[in-house]
Design a protein around this ligand. Sequence first.
Ligand code: BGP
Length: 471
Amino acid sequence: MQHKKIKAFPENFLWGGSTSAYQIEGAWDKDGKGPSVMDMGKHPDAVTDFKVASNHYDLYKTDVALMAEMGFKAYRFSIAWTRIYPTGTGEINPKGIEFYNNLINELIEKGIEPVVTMYHFDLPYALEEKGGWSNRETIDAFENYAKTLFTHFGDRVKYWLTINEQNTLILHGKAIGSVDPNLENPEKELYQQNHHMLLAQAKAMRLCHEMVTDAKVGPAPNIQLVYPASSKPEDVIAAQNFNSIRNWLYLDMACYGRYNSTVWSYFEEKGYTPTIEDGDMEILASGKPNFIAFNYYNTFTVEQSVPENTEGNHTGDEHLTIGESGVYNGHTNPHLQKTEFGWEVDPVGFRATLREIYERYNLPLLVTENGLGAYDKLEEGDIVNDDYRIEYLRKHLEQAQLAITDGVELLGYCPWSAIDLVSTHQGISKRYGFIYVNRDEFDLKDMRRIRKQSFYWFQKLIETNGKSLND
Ligand code: BGP
């Protein structure tokens, strides 16, 4: 639809930025923190681990001051489960509580709304050793952890996100390391883990409503619309398949507590049907979100899966689609350009995704990730000219504004990432931040923070509540 008049960004729009604990904090074993699966994971030789990251643990005051200078209204970050419970359960680590109390207080003092992800990929390693999400005890451990978070931080944190990108964890679990790839049917195990995570999420949402009555809670999957490669009806069916498996499964479960029919028939066909215990479906139906947070980087395009064009039963890195035999086959969208890391860029798809989610679930939306990973260059005089990032963000925000004009209730926009941090797969050289962190893969240098061009651009945008978008 073309609009003659574009609506303004709402008042109190949550302009901000996002990070996650294992990618930004460093101090991986400091002050009693236990190891997480991310700390214990393997890294390619050319890529740094997460041990030091951006050392936000020690430098959080500097970082929050810079966020405040940019004008952030919100900061979306995750709490490391292993700082609060080093082994996932048992005794609380007071130092962990202290760190997040300090961070939250610092944010509130500067007028920045804390938006907290409870779990962002970094399952306590001690729980992983006991079977991780395959073990139903992890559901209880998560509920207990959630209770602790609400008890200690619920007086100040009013926006809670349960699990970051549960769909990425499941679809790319072999890449992220949450399942043994040598299992006979790893997908079956992953969908069992998925079922348990969904139960944990529902319990946490329920608990949040009971314990922090003025807070809002929601899921945070990665949602990117799937397009058919052509108007060929079989391609449309393939797109429906992958939309249901990749996107709607997670939101249908969070919002309605039911498996959608396409997903269920896919489970049956492939032998992935999870074991559902008595009472599970009641628990799932009882966890109601107040809003939907989601991460968006690109869209997917798929065609019908026929034997000669199916490369295999796997899904590449989290933003690259390959295909699954008999279900869909990944297709390069000829209308889109790619980033230097091979991710398609689709701002209009952002509008389409926002509209689709809003119409399906009729809940306010919060964008908790969107951004451009690039090899930024630090030039003499501490200049980082990241025009390409400004362009990327500008185009996405223009489309967000059109979605708002279309009627979507959008609470805020927290792109990835507030400051440079270590990418999940590609080290610190793949940078996303408004603020440059002066370190390389293995040379930690002085870690100083440097404002990029995008910092000043975003600052002005926030100051004008989005009006400077077209300057
Ligand atoms: C999302 C994750 C983030 C972050 C981001 C960028 O899927 O939630 O943790 O890593 O993707 O991905 P990458 O770091 O692989 O470039």
